[in-house]
Write a protein that binds this ligand. Structure first.
Ligand code: ADP
Ligand code: ZN
Length: 215
């Protein structure tokens, strides 16, 4: 499957994407995970992205498009991909449209995951992420804690609260989402690709996507 997952931070894009990869071997492509990996590795790209990310600002479109142009041409994308956290702005969506045309790739659908704001806020403040950039498993101190406190079940690395998950950075990210990313819903509606799903449970969202795709 070739999907874009849209939704506010905390809507569950990452969780849904991980569940979908198990169905048909499509790969999850999270620009946030890629960027955090670059920051951890101390690469040039990471250095350019770091300050924007800490504040909860978007990283410049040109950096993101450079990442995605390379990523979408890697062989593991042939089976399918789930774009999680990209595109995030209208210029990114337009550039992606051109890139996909150039690579002769056709999207199946753009899924907008709609979750009420109070649920989002609660989830983001209680969210914890594995600090290992190759893992980045997601936990929640209330609903899904790791088996051993502070330690990732999958890889044993420390589980941490992200720098951009302070209350200030979170409200800034949500504001940025409303201003810059929410307009993508209209963009993809016009393209005839949009499917909106309201659901606070990732299982419900995954099942709705499966039935929409006839899986
Ligand atoms: P969330 O969806 O929980 O906000 P992500 O992990 O997707 O978080 O992204 C974390 C940060 O990485 C964003 O706040 C932003 O700074 C940067 N980022 C990720 N994807 C993009 C993108 N497509 N365009 C610009 N910045 C991005
Ligand atoms: Zn881990």
């Amino acid at each position: 499957m070739k999907l874009i997952l849209l939704g506010a931070p905390g809507a569950g894009k990452g969780t849904v994407a991980k569940m979908l990869t198990a169905i048909d071997g499509s790969v999850q492509i999270s620009t946030g995970d890629i960027l955090r990996g670059e920051v951890q590795a101390g690469s040039d790209l990471g250095k350019q992205a770091e300050e924007f990310m800490k504040k909860g600002d978007l990283v410049p479109d040109s950096l993101i498009m450079g990442i995605m142009e390379k990523r979408l041409q890697q062989p593991d994308c042939a089976k399918g991909f789930l774009l999680d956290g990209f595109p995030r702005t209208i210029p990114q969506a337009e550039a992606l449209k051109e890139l996909l045309a150039k690579l002769s790739i056709k999207l199946d659908m753009v899924v907008s995951i709609d979750v009420p704001r109070d649920v989002i806020l609660d989830r983001l403040t209680t969210r914890r992420t594995c600090s290992n950039s190759d893992c980045q498993a997601i936990y929640n101190v209330k609903s899904q804690p790791p088996k051993q406190e502070g330690i990732c079940d999958k890889c044993g690395s420390p589980v941490i609260q992200r720098d951009d998950e302070t209350v200030e950075a979170i409200s800034h990210r949500l504001e940025t989402y409303n201003q810059k990313t929410a307009p993508l819903v209209g963009f993809y509606e016009k393209e005839g690709l949009l499917k909106s799903i309201t659901g606070t449970s990732s299982d419900v969202v995954v099942n709705a996507i499966k039935s929409e795709l006839g899986l």
